[in-house]
Design a protein around this ligand. Structure first.
Ligand SMILES: [Zn+2]
Length: 87
């Protein structure tokens, strides 16, 4: 039986979530990634094979120029520049 490493809860349910892979400030977002998610704290557990597949895809895109279906433009801010702006 699996137990959540963070909170000790024993109820993990199957879920499909958005996974963000990050390496050297390059990002790959993969939707509908299968995982098991803790019902109490929300921690997500991925199979090693799933993570390997995402890693492989990341390097296909960034090292071998593989085309992707969709790209996002992501705003980036520095916290010190935004935290005083809401009065
Ligand atoms: Zn948990």
């Amino acid at each position: 039986m699996k137990v959540c490493h963070f909170c000790g809860n024993k109820n993990l349910r199957k879920a499909q979530v958005q996974y963000t892979y990050r390496y050297n400030d390059n990002f790959l977002i993969v939707n509908d990634v299968p995982c098991e998610q803790c019902e109490f704290c929300g921690e997500q557990y991925f199979k090693g094979s799933v993570l390997k597949q995402i890693e492989k895809e990341f390097f296909s895109i960034y090292s071998h120029g593989k085309k992707v279906k969709k790209e996002l433009i992501v705003p980036v801010e520095q916290f010190s520049e935004i935290h005083s702006s809401n009065n």
